[in-house]
Ligand binder design. Structure first.
Ligand SMILES: Cc1cc2nc3c(=O)[nH]c(=O)nc-3n(C[C@H](O)[C@H](O)[C@H](O)COP(=O)(O)OP(=O)(O)OC[C@H]3O[C@@H](n4cnc5c(N)ncnc54)[C@H](O)[C@@H]3O)c2cc1C
Length: 599
């Protein structure tokens, strides 16, 4: 098996591109130093390699089973969960007072990249628990937090997000699960949820479902949705586990990938109603849940990036080892075969994989610094700017790595040829696992509509202005650099194109929303390319600086690789934007005008 990730690249991202060490100046991190960040990353890598990676294939080949009473996972899943929890990762970003280690968001997410690269489906239980605990912490009453949070932070309880229903996926405003008020101030929930990841298993003493439901008599649509905490088992006042709540596992879904994560259909209220506790105020549930969804969207992007990265490293190892054919200029049949990495077309595929995988990882880590800044930056204006920019780019952070991570896995299969298609190699599983990411946490189509229709709208917004300010600052800084100057010119052109298309689409949107949003996914892709182009320029600038400072040997090669990948990105990934821009600016109606009966 290839390395989980390139440690040198992670170090480069954190300390040379993102200046993670500057966080040590913030009061929250005064007790930390870089050695603690590094030790955390090393621990994550070691646990991922020892407890998660070895059963990745086994979990894929042996799906969870349900005998009507209990769910059974392959036994290796439990020690992996325990190792993750015992190392403190469930609580790592929480306050010291709450048993956490006040780890910066970006260090936590970089650590999660190792787990995702090792075994995304076993990691999903932890990933969801972290998000559910954050949600409870932000919006739960002190009583609820006191009862459930400590156990979610130390690994005795796990968490889920229960939004989707058999009839309602993308259109959450139509969800039907009903909550009836009970005399004791709690609620009784009735309804069905579907696709709920980690919705049942025996890994933990209890499962805390964060459920969206509609209180009886609530208004229709998104304004009538509330958030409830619904435990699998009741919890007694002394903290011990009580009886089973009225939440039943109706069945497990069988999936293309992510197989060691249980995907459940849950019935709430088959008997007297599942006891649920309102989180926050009535009817504000979807707004609260957006915290978890936005966090999960960055996490989905990160997972996709990590699997794309794994696919790249696996393909690279193989290509350096596999002899096949000779270069076109060599007509001598007695000459030894070359390794396939020598073939230009194989390098093309590896180049694309590198650009997608490293670019995606860098994008997700950048987004994590915005999460951090939104909470801990020094002054209010910095915090606000970070939050607005994050809000704008979240659709791309979720979608770009998801789309191009799958392409990186697909290219990995192609690099291996027939071997890539067999189950002897991990590429086909990586491809299947990765294929979920454009679907869950809001499909690609929904993200495009969110970006153009809601985040930008007919007028743009503060996040868009902040994006332009920041990218322009990078372009100005790069303009005078020998290597990055020409790359900056190419990106400037792409940015101008994006700005002009944005304003054309905003006009179309104002005139006719159906028409204005009809090509939103293509626009999302275009914005994503410019965004990742910016992220690549930042990497190239850090590399140019290091090269100018005299990097040599393997370090020089590492930095040359960065600069070259940035060059590839500006040449090949940004070039097609002009064609798309014309279609978008002209308000192309090919998709919109196609009639149902014409298919
Ligand atoms: C493995 C897996 C794990 C999951 N885990 C969870 C979980 O833990 N918790 C949870 O709550 N949910 C979970 N989900 C559900 C997931 O979030 C939904 O599948 C997803 O949001 C899409 O909903 P849907 O499947 O109902 O598809 P639909 O909403 O029916 O969408 C089908 C297609 O129509 C398009 N479409 C729908 N509406 C529009 C529109 N208005 N405009 C344009 N296009 C549209 C979509 O983009 C998509 O291409 C999971 C799903 C899977 C497969």
């Amino acid at each position: 098996m290839a390395k989980l990730l390139n440690d040198r690249d992670l170090e480069f991202q954190l300390y040379e591109v993102l200046d993670t060490e500057s966080l040590l100046q913030r009061p929250r991190y005064a007790e930390h130093d870089r050695a603690i960040f590094d030790a955390t990353l090393n621990t994550a890598r070691d646990i991922a390699a020892e407890y998660f990676a070895p059963h990745n294939q086994k979990g894929d080949a042996n799906e969870p089973t349900f005998d009507g009473e209990k769910v059974t996972l392959i036994p290796e899943t439990q020690p992996a969960w325990n190792a993750f929890a015992e190392a403190g990762f469930l609580a790592s970003h929480h306050d010291f007072d709450d048993g956490g280690s006040q780890l910066p968001e970006v260090v936590l997410r970089a650590s999660m990249a190792y787990f995702n690269a090792a075994n995304v489906s076993s990691t999903a239980y932890s990933f969801l628990t972290i998000g559910a605990a954050n949600l409870l912490k932000s919006f739960g009453s002190d009583e609820l937090k006191g009862k459930y949070l400590p156990s979610m932070l130390d690994g005795r309880y796990s968490g889920t997000m229960a939004l989707t229903e058999p009839g309602q996926g993308s259109a959450l405003g139509d969800l039907r699960t009903m909550a009836k008020p009970a005399d004791d101030g709690s609620y009784r929930l009735f309804g069905n949820k579907m696709y709920i990841s980690g919705g049942d298993h025996e890994l933990t003493d209890n499962i805390v479902h964060m459920v969206l439901a509609r209180i009886e008599g609530a208004p229709a649509g998104v304004r009538g949705i509330s958030l409830f905490l619904v435990p699998k088992f009741h919890v007694n006042d002394d903290g011990t586990r009580g009886d089973r709540n009225d939440v039943a596992l109706a069945g497990l879904l069988h999936k293309m990938g992510y197989r060691n994560t249980t995907s459940t259909v849950l019935n709430f209220g088959e008997k007297d109603g599942a006891v649920g506790y309102l989180v926050g105020e009535p009817h504000k549930g979807l707004g609260y849940m957006f915290q978890m969804m936005n966090e999960a969207r960055i996490g989905v992007g990160l997972g996709a990036a990590a699997m794309g990265y794994q696919s790249y490293l696996e393909a690279l190892d193989y290509a350096r080892d596999r002899p096949q054919g000779r270069l076109p200029g060599n007509k001598n049949p007695d000459a030894p075969q070359v390794k396939i990495v020598e073939h230009a077309d194989v390098r093309r595929m590896l180049m694309m994989q590198k650009a997608y995988a490293e670019g995606s990882l860098a994008l997700c880590l950048y987004a994590s610094t915005l999460v951090e800044d939104a909470h801990t930056a020094k002054d209010e204006s910095e915090r606000k700017a970070a939050a607005e920019l994050l809000d704008l780019i979240t659709p791309m952070v979720k979608t770009w790595p998801s789309k191009y991570g799958v392409i990186a896995s697909d290219l990995g299969i192609q690099v291996l040829g027939g071997a890539g298609y067999t189950r002897e190699y991990p590429l086909e599983q990586l491809y299947r696992d990765n294929r979920l990411n454009p679907i869950h946490e809001g499909t690609e189509g929904i993200q495009g509509i969110d970006l153009l229709g809601r985040k930008l709208g007919p007028k743009g917004g503060d996040g868009y202005a902040e994006f332009q300010r920041r990218i322009q600052a990078t372009l100005d800084e790069a303009a005078n650099l020998d290597t990055c100057g020409p790359l900056a010119s190419q990106l400037t052109q792409a940015l101008d194109t994006l700005k002009s298309v944005t304003s054309d689409l905003q006009k179309q949107l104002a005139a006719d929303p159906d028409h204005g949003l009809s090509n939103a996914t293509m626009y999302l892709d275009m914005f994503g390319k410019v965004l990742v182009g910016w992220i690549w320029l930042k990497q190239a600038m850090a590399a140019e600086k290091a090269l100018a400072a005299g990097a040599s040997g393997s370090e020089e090669q590492f930095y040359q690789g960065k600069v070259h990948a940035a060059r590839y990105f500006m040449n090949w990934e940004l070039a097609p934007l002009d064609g798309y821009a014309r279609l978008l600016a002209n308000g192309n109606r090919d998709n919109l005008d196609m009639q149902n009966d014409w298919f």
